[in-house]
Design a protein around this ligand. Structure first.
Ligand code: NAD
Ligand code: MG
Length: 407
């Protein structure tokens, strides 16, 4: 009984949230759900509350919270329903919470993840945008508040597993030469460049190996996801930009690698299923069942590797430039990218215009110093304004798609 951990799942209704609950459901003797949060998918949240009986649930707005509370009362549930950003922070930092899964998408996940860190929790970080926008503040809070940070992003979880146990943030001391991030290259790795103008949201979200939320799926198709992951890795592992290499590996079986000075390369492999890094982090330092099918190397047969093509994927270069620039450059890039991806998904602009918008925004706003969270949100707001202006001036509607979907 003493080892029963109270888990808060921020972003429970999303792809990572659902996979997290799948793993938790396999271990009722280890985990109890303290709180579940969702933005708008109230029906799914209702079902999760009935199944996992959390003490708290958090949704976006008051009317939705009221409706959900009434439905729950009729169903005999005692879960307390709250709403709004402050409530997300409150459950993330709750005195009874042991582990917090930070799986909200976008910069919306920053404050709640930081609240969990500041409260000294074990934080399982899926929300890469928190590190991209506020990396130095976030990592400083982890150290100052004694939080335990375990990456969920499959590449970073693989690197975490491939570094020496207890790695303390000094690559040199650990004998590490390079970090190698693998990337599938997304669905358009081999498309003729001129066809990228015709890409639909459905095509962009049909990732060859992973089933994910729509925002990260589009990021994978532009390879901005890998760009954000370079920035994420830099903060997580205290690695300079030139120490982080990207390798295209279309099979997504090797999740990332660490190269040591003696020539050894240590990697983590497995089927592409996010329940593996989630179970690794939930059970850490023990290993627990994830419900994932085991890797059949003979059936896989062949693993391929290629260098990334920066002409096809300019977002990779933009992310490296932002990381090198420091200050709020990565927060500017992230905010412009959030606007660009939403506009593409809403058929307001073409897929190939995403990097054009990013270049336009970055050229129009100068970098700003990053001293505190206010700077991050100021940069975020400026980049969103600039991106919206860019859209009104340059965007041409995307191709007709079968359905108009919102994120
Ligand atoms: P998703 O879109 O499937 O789910 C996002 C979740 O966040 C949902 O529960 C949604 O209700 C909630 N949410 C959205 N906007 C919100 C807001 N403004 N305020 C509060 N809650 C909000 O996304 P996902 O694919 O599960 O990704 C979640 C995070 O994990 C992202 O940062 C993503 O980059 C990262 N990640 C995901 C995967 C994956 O396989 N899906 C892999 C690696 C990293
Ligand atoms: Mg990843």
């Amino acid at each position: 009984m003493t080892s029963l951990r109270n888990v808060v799942v921020l972003g429970a209704t999303g792809s990572i949230g659902v996979s997290t609950l799948d793993v938790i459901a396999r271990h009722p003797d280890r985990f109890r759900v303290l709180a579940l949060t969702a933005h708008r998918q109230i029906d799914r949240l209702f079902d999760q509350i009935i199944a996992f009986v959390p003490r708290f649930a958090v949704v976006d707005e008051a009317p939705a919270a009221r409706q959900l509370a009434e439905r729950l009362e009729r169903a005999g549930s005692a879960t307390v329903v709250m709403h709004g950003a402050k409530s997300l922070e409150a459950v993330a930092a709750h005195a009874d919470a042991d582990t917090v899964m930070a799986a909200i998408v976008g910069i919306a996940g920053l404050r709640p993840a930081l609240a969990a860190v500041t409260a000294g929790k074990q934080v399982l970080l899926a929300n890469k945008e928190a590190l991209v926008t506020a990396g130095p503040l976030f990592m400083e809070a982890v150290r100052r508040c004694g939080a335990t940070l375990i990456p969920i992003d499959s590449e970073h979880n693989a690197i975490f597993q491939s570094l020496p146990a207890g790695y303390g943030g000094d690559l040199e001391a650990a004998g590490v030469r390079r970090i190698l991030l693998t990337a599938s290259g997304g669905p358009f790795r081999e498309w003729p460049l001129e066809k990228l103008a015709d890409v639909t949201p459905e095509q962009a979200c049909a990732h060859p190996n992973w089933v994910m939320g729509r925002k990260i799926s589009v990021d994978s198709a532009t390879m901005m996801n890998k760009g954000l992951e370079i920035i994420e890795a830099s903060w997580l592992f205290n690695a300079a930009e030139h120490r982080i290499e990207v390798v295209i590996h279309p099979e997504s079986v090797i999740h990332s690698l660490v190269e040591y000075v003696d020539g050894s390369v240590i990697a983590q492999l497995g089927n592409p299923d996010m329940r593996t890094p989630i179970a690794h982090a939930l059970g850490f330092p023990q290993r627990i069942d994830a419900g994932v099918s085991y890797l059949d190397l003979v059936k896989t047969g062949r693993l391929n590797f290629l260098a990334p093509d920066e002409r096809r994927f300019p977002c990779l270069r933009l992310a490296r430039e932002a990381l090198r620039a420091g200050g709020c450059a990565s927060a500017l890039l992230n905010a412009a990218n959030e606007v660009a991806v939403a506009a593409f998904l809403n058929l307001q602009m073409r897929f190939d215009q995403i990097p054009q918008l990013l270049e336009g925004v970055l050229a129009s706003i100068g970098n700003m110093p990053l001293r505190d969270l206010a700077d991050v949100f100021e940069a975020d707001a400026r980049a969103r304004q600039s991106a919206t202006r860019w859209l009104s001036q340059h965007a041409t509607s995307g191709p007709a798609a079968p359905s108009r979907l919102t994120a």
